[in-house]
Design a protein around this ligand. Structure first.
Ligand code: M6R
Length: 604
């Protein structure tokens, strides 16, 4: 959704805010704005519709006084992406930026209009500005005004607020939507995500929900939203490398992040394997007690696809039965799982509203909950009883790539953890996982880029792309189709290979392209039969897999290294990601910020 940045410190803040916003652009990109103190102590608000570059043009040559400033990048929910609806919003001396949705906006708006407030935008945010202004007139203190102003507000919000009458002070608060505090040398930051200020500090503290933070160049003070009770601020250093949040020699973050897949696996395994890599340790799970009677994964989008792979892995290596649920559907169904089941939410960002909602429902129903996330301190880590962190580092491209690879590595670890250590299958599988980062690195280093380009052009030329797969290849197929759709905007869909003849095969005719990962050796003969059915109807087929084993087994169009089945998932995923990436770049699309999408979906 939207991205927020706030700065309190001695430096000129406009440049800092703009740079931070450029690192949040992946969260939303239909309009943006900045508020800063000018020379006479007045707050200037500059806003622009469209990409951040439009705002950069508008503020060119402007400088703010040292002290505080706030900025925002928007992904529209209430009101069109116009300059009027862009943040910051103002009411009297109060200026603020907001991420989230106010559910009782209409009631509040009516009440405020009745009291003489007028509105210049269609946003729910302007309601918050007026509410805090109204409270400020009574309280005369910004933090108290924020607490009072929000007392009747329903919904989710992350806010950064400044006041013209209190130039050195910035107040931030959140409920539902994320905010992270950063502590630099005599300066403080607040942002929707760490990469925004990673260049300046790695010392961070996720702002807890319903806690008000007051930032100035002197420090941060925290208090509870409900009663103002003071709380300590404890910053910790994140292991993220600022270079990971830069594009380096790559044209797009997505490309860079695909090539960071091997490191994401390696870092995710780090410290979790015993001596000589003989067993898996996940001490985070010990507090949950005995192994689960059942696992229920809940997730959205690409994380859901990682969960589907997790099911296959856990079911093949351990006796634990597994279900996989789409989070947005799960939360509105009665939950009837076994006693002792674990409900595991997978979320790269740890902020996806549907996944958080699903875990909350599961916890209320008495199930043990676990989070698998890439962001330590994110909301999902607060919701779940135990957290397993993937360590993909910051993922900036909207299309998830290395985070997916790290999720697969982690669910594979989980499968091994739940499996019997003495079992030869478990031992072999662990060895394959340990080998996989080096093999993936070697594979990506020598990847045939010309072939990727040729196949990408073929995909672009097709009228429609159908991705099919069975067994392990099914989650790969639907993930490949999702990647293609979200960044190329081309029609594509994924199906289990066996389902094709129950309907989708009617679509097959010349001009329709089929993409078939062939990683699952057990089901490969059946997949090949499906491919033959398509070829017989004039469809063109691209296959991605290790070399075949016999005359009947065709040579794949894109040959992967020979693998144990599971590490083949890494290589095939990288190829599917590269195909989507290249097709989108050839089509001239904005690869890292595809239209209509946001990196983390913090609203339902
Ligand atoms: O942060 P999450 O893993 O919870 O996000 C879930 C989906 O929104 C996300 O995977 C989305 O589908 C990606 N854009 C796919 O590339």
């Amino acid at each position: 959704m939207c991205g927020i940045i706030g700065y309190a410190g001695p430096r000129e803040p406009v440049g800092i805010v703009l740079e931070a916003l450029s690192r949040l652009e992946y969260r939303g990109y239909d309009s943006s704005g900045v508020a800063f103190f000018g020379k006479e102590g007045k707050i200037s608000v500059v806003r622009a519709s469209g990409k951040l570059s439009r705002l950069a043009e508008s503020v060119q040559g402007m400088t703010g006084s040292p002290g505080t400033a706030i900025g925002h990048i928007r992904w529209a929910t209430h009101g069109a992406p116009t300059e009027e609806n862009a943040h910051p919003h103002r009411s009297g001396p109060i200026v603020l930026v907001h991420n989230g949705i106010i559910e009782n906006e209409r009631t509040l708006r009516r009440e405020l209009v009745g009291q003489g407030y007028s509105f210049s935008s269609e946003t729910d945010t302007e309601v918050l500005a007026h509410l805090i202004h109204r409270a400020y007139r009574e309280e005369g203190d910004l933090a108290r005004a924020v607490r009072k102003g929000l007392s009747g507000v329903e919904g989710s919000y992350a806010l950064a607020v400044v006041c013209e009458e209190s130039p050195g002070e910035l107040v931030a608060v959140r409920k539902g939507a994320p905010l992270i505090l950063g502590e630099g040398e005599g300066e403080f930051f607040v942002a929707s995500d760490v990469p925004a200020f990673l260049k300046w500090t790695r010392r961070v503290m996720p702002l807890p929900p319903e806690v008000v933070a007051t930032l100035s160049s002197k420090g941060v003070s925290l208090c509870r939203l409900s009663d103002g009770l003071g709380l300590p601020a404890v910053f910790e250093e994140v292991p993220w490398d600022p270079v990971q949040a830069e594009k380096g020699q790559y044209r797009h973050f997505m490309e860079k992040e695909i090539f960071e897949g091997p490191r994401a696996i390696m870092d995710t395994l780090e410290g979790r394997l015993g001596e000589e890599n003989s067993r898996v340790f996940l001490p985070e799970l010990v507090r949950l007690g005995p192994n689960p009677t059942e696992i229920v994964f809940v997730a959205c989008g690409t994380s859901y696809h990682a969960a589907l792979l997790g099911r296959l892995m856990i079911e093949s290596l351990s006796p634990v039965p597994v279900r996989v649920e789409i989070a947005s559907e799960f939360r509105y169904r009665p939950l009837r799982f076994r006693r002792g089941a674990w409900v595991i939410g997978i979320s790269q960002s740890g902020e996806t509203a549907d996944t958080l909602g699903a875990l909350e429902v599961a916890r209320k129903e008495g199930y043990l909950t676990v989070a698998i996330t890439n962001v330590g301190g994110s909301s999902i880590t607060r919701e779940a009883e135990a957290t397993l962190l993937t360590r993909a580092g910051p993922e900036i491209g909207v299309a998830s790539t290395k985070a997916f690879i790290a999720q697969v590595a982690l669910v594979w670890l989980l499968a091994l953890y739940l499996g019997r250590r003495e079992s030869p299958d478990v031992r072999d599988s662990l060895a394959a996982l340990v080998r996989s980062p080096a093999r993936m690195e070697g594979f990506l280093g020598a990847v045939d880029r010309d072939l990727i380009d040729r196949l990408s052009r073929q995909i672009l030329a097709a009228r429609f792309a159908i991705f099919i797969g069975r067994g392990i290849d099914y989650p790969l197929a639907i993930e490949g189709a999702l990647k293609l759709k979200e960044i190329t905007y081309r029609p594509a869909d994924g199906y289990p290979g066996g389902e094709l003849k129950h309907g989708p095969i009617a679509l097959v005719e010349p001009g329709v392209l089929i993409v078939a990962p062939l990683v699952d050796t057990r089901l490969r003969p059946k997949e090949i039969s499906n491919i033959r059915e398509i070829e017989a109807r004039g469809g063109t087929v691209i296959t991605i897999g290790p070399p075949g084993s016999g005359a009947e087994d065709p040579v794949p169009t894109f040959i992967l290294p020979v693998s144990s089945e599971w590490d083949g998932v890494f290589y095939a995923s990288a190829v599917l990601q590269l195909l989507a990436y290249r097709a989108a770049s050839i089509a001239g699309n904005d690869v890292d910020q595809p239209r209509n999408l946001a990196k983390s979906v913090t609203v339902e």
